[in-house]
Ligand binder design. Structure first.
Ligand code: SF4
Ligand code: SF4
Length: 463
């Protein structure tokens, strides 16, 4: 039978290479002899195995068994067929319980929590209504997630409590599992709030940028005072008595990227169970990294990958969320046909009950997709997603990272392309190099026989 090549990429290592199947995101370590066969034959668009002489034939048959060579005409095409977003039932709702904040972080994409409008809080009845909407529109989905977000959500505990209690009651009535998470700046945590969060098993993330001087430079309050010591004084009860892992969410500006490892170590030293580090969104040109800064961040991430590998060989997991999430996706073979769930089962509700495909787009009226009063407007969902993804399918078609990235974050693309006027694709090299770090680490862990640890990561990311 005549075969053709599935799209693939080879990553060279010091002691061999990785053969990566672009559409399945599966990977195999190969030695020099297999690599030589691959080089001889992968330039041929079609391969008739009957006409290949040994020993190449045996190698090509192995590659066929690994689905790297597929029957002619059956190689996958990009973009994959996608269903209509409005046919997907809800699984995740992000509720902006407070479009207000007591901090004024320098990189805040929500403009001090209010998303460009007047500061406002979600009222209790709208919070209950939104929680009911999540459950009622969840179709056959058995696992639902309610994300309490802001601004600073703890400014509005009445709405937090109303949304959690309503969602719990309605989900339980239908026998569905509900996960509630909350992202806070940590300045308002107190015993009563902690009691509520613990009682309802709310998964908490705290935004904290590390050592005091770095954090305070990024996250002052409205009077310009740093917030680090205030948060630290309130963390104890959360970290010591939590019934779920507490994560620190770090945001660093390009000038701070050389400090990733120091920030990670500091936060783990404070007792956080997991730390994730994100580059600040380029809300203005001064937050756009240059090539050297991107290189610095990639070197930090590569260094974290080496630490991950060393610890994994002792059977321990480095609790660095960026790598944990990527490795578990690779282990589960989780590929993407779309960049994220925005509009596909994921809905953000702002403090006025207006719908957006993603919480980060709240306040951008051009992307609004309905209201709690009128429901989701199917045409608006389709047109918002079309606006956010214009040109991406064509751009991603020839990219080896497409089944892991699928176009990148809508909001980051929107900032770069529509707000800053930068041509599409400006962050693609960085994305590919980061994914390559994860792929190489995954291959190394598999080679070292760390399958048990990888299975633990998978479990951790699906709980
Ligand atoms: S705590 Fe969050 S919402 Fe408040 S200013 Fe900082 S980044 Fe913005
Ligand atoms: S890296 Fe760029 S080209 Fe590749 S899939 Fe992501 S957005 Fe598309």
């Amino acid at each position: 039978m005549v075969h053709e090549w599935a799209d693939h990429q080879v990553f060279n290592l010091d002691d061999g290479a990785i053969l990566y199947d672009v559409d399945l995101a599966s990977l195999f370590r190969i030695d020099a002899s297999i690599q030589a066969v691959l080089q001889r034959w992968s330039c041929q668009p079609r391969v008739d195995l009957n006409e290949v002489a040994p020993p190449d034939r045996a190698v090509l048959e192995d590659l066929r068994d690994l689905r790297l060579l597929v029957p002619a005409g059956s190689a996958k095409v990009w973009p994959p067929l996608r269903c209509d977003p409005t046919e997907i039932p809800l699984s995740t709702m992000v509720l902006e319980v407070a479009q207000d904040c007591n901090l004024r972080c320098t990189y805040c994409y929500a403009a001090g929590g209010a998303y460009g409008g007047p500061a406002r809080l979600l009222d209790v009845e709208t919070a209950r209504r939104a929680a009911r909407y999540l459950v009622e529109k969840s179709g056959d989905n058995q696992a639902l997630t309610l994300v309490l977000f802001g601004g600073e959500p703890l400014l509005n505990m009445p709405a937090v409590k109303a949304a959690v209690e309503e969602a719990e009651e309605k989900a339980a009535a239908l026998g569905k599992k509900l996960l509630v998470s909350l992202t806070t700046n940590g300045t308002l945590l107190d015993a009563e709030i902690l009691g509520f969060l613990r009682q309802h098993r709310v998964v908490v993330s705290v935004s904290l940028d590390g050592p005091a001087e770095l954090h305070d430079a990024n996250r002052p309050d409205a009077a310009g005072r740093g917030s680090y010591s205030r948060i630290l004084a309130r963390l104890g009860g959360l970290l010591e008595n939590s019934n779920a892992a507490v994560a620190a969410r770090v945001t660093l500006t390009p000038a701070q990227w050389s400090r990733c490892e120091e920030v990670f170590d500091h936060l783990i030293g404070l007792g956080f169970h997991e730390v994730g580090i994100a580059p600040a969104s380029p809300i203005s040109k001064n937050l756009l990294p240059d090539i050297q800064q991107e290189q610095v961040l990639l070197e930090s991430l590569a260094s974290m990958a080496r630490r991950f590998s060393r610890l994994a060989k002792e059977g321990r997991i480095l609790p660095f969320s960026n790598l944990v999430e990527l490795l578990s996706r690779l282990h589960m073979g989780q590929t993407k046909a779309i960049a994220c769930g925005a509009g596909y089962g994921y809905l953000a509700v702002d403090a006025g009950g207006e719908f957006y495909p993603c919480h980060r787009l709240a306040g951008e009226k051009g992307f609004a997709v309905g209201t709690l009063a009128t429901g989701v407007d199917a045409d608006r969902v389709r047109s918002s997603l079309a606006q956010l993804t214009t040109g991406k399918d064509k751009m991603c078609q020839s990219c080896w990272a497409r089944s892991l990235c699928a176009g990148g974050c809508h909001y980051e693309n929107h900032l770069r392309e529509n707000t800053l006027g930068i041509p599409p694709g400006s962050s693609c090299d960085f994305i590919r190099r980061w994914l390559q770090i994860g792929i190489e680490l995954y291959a190394e862990l598999r080679h070292a026989g760390a399958d048990g640890l990888l299975a633990k990561l998978e479990k951790r990311n699906t709980c």
